[in-house]
Design a protein around this ligand. Sequence first.
Ligand code: ZN
Length: 286
Amino acid sequence: MFDYRARCVVVSTKDIVTTLQQRHKLDPITTIALGRAINCAAMLASTLKSEVDYISCTWRGKGLLETVFAECNGAGECRGYTTPESVAEDLEIAELIPEKVSDVLGSEGTLTVIHGRRDGVSKPYTAILEFMNGEIASDIAHYLAESEQIPSAVAAGVKLSPTGEVLSSGGVLVQKIAGTNLDEKTLKELEVNMAEKLNISDRLAKGESVVDILNFLTNDTEEHTLLLARDLSFKCTCSRDRMSSALVLLGEDQIKTILDEFGKIETRCPFCAHTELFSLEELTRQ
Ligand SMILES: [Zn+2]
């Protein structure tokens, strides 16, 4: 079927999504939305070579869930967040784990994909598209087809226990290798097969390996060559020094106002929810 004309990426991100869920105190549906987004960012970042290269994806919808942000660099380090972090208080109990992310994100909105390099020199490449349907993976397939001109089939899923614990999170990306004659029909058939039978999160939750999933995608019949295996991890680029510099920029008066109002000077990284406390002396002596 593929005859070495397709490139396939499979990611498993249970630990990362569990960490994000705990750090940001996500509810079930925001966990699923962010997990799918992390899977997609990690798959897009699989071609990056260095930790200074990164891909970020931001969904801005028109539903209760306003933003889903996921980023991954060439070293497999991922971070992400949603705003708000929970929409559970606005949902009926029966809707708490909806089938569709678009029920809360909306089926209309924009997806921004940034392909950048943290070297202080290169300008990032930015693509902005309308949602395909707000289901995360299909929006990424749409981005790849429209902006990168790479016909692709994309799936991403997160499986939760009835109490909301992350049982699995993963994604699959299959795309035509440039210059080959893989026809759209073969990819379309694969897309249907993936939609009907793959269920990536169920397979990972049952303990299937990346190789098992590759075998399913190729009907157990085809040879494949492993090009790259990379560990994925949660990591943010924030640091106490950067947080301190950002506070210093506010100026002494503003910092004193914060201290008077809140009784402490604390910053929280929006990307990873890490908090740091600072003293007035520390910030004003520079
Ligand atoms: Zn951070």
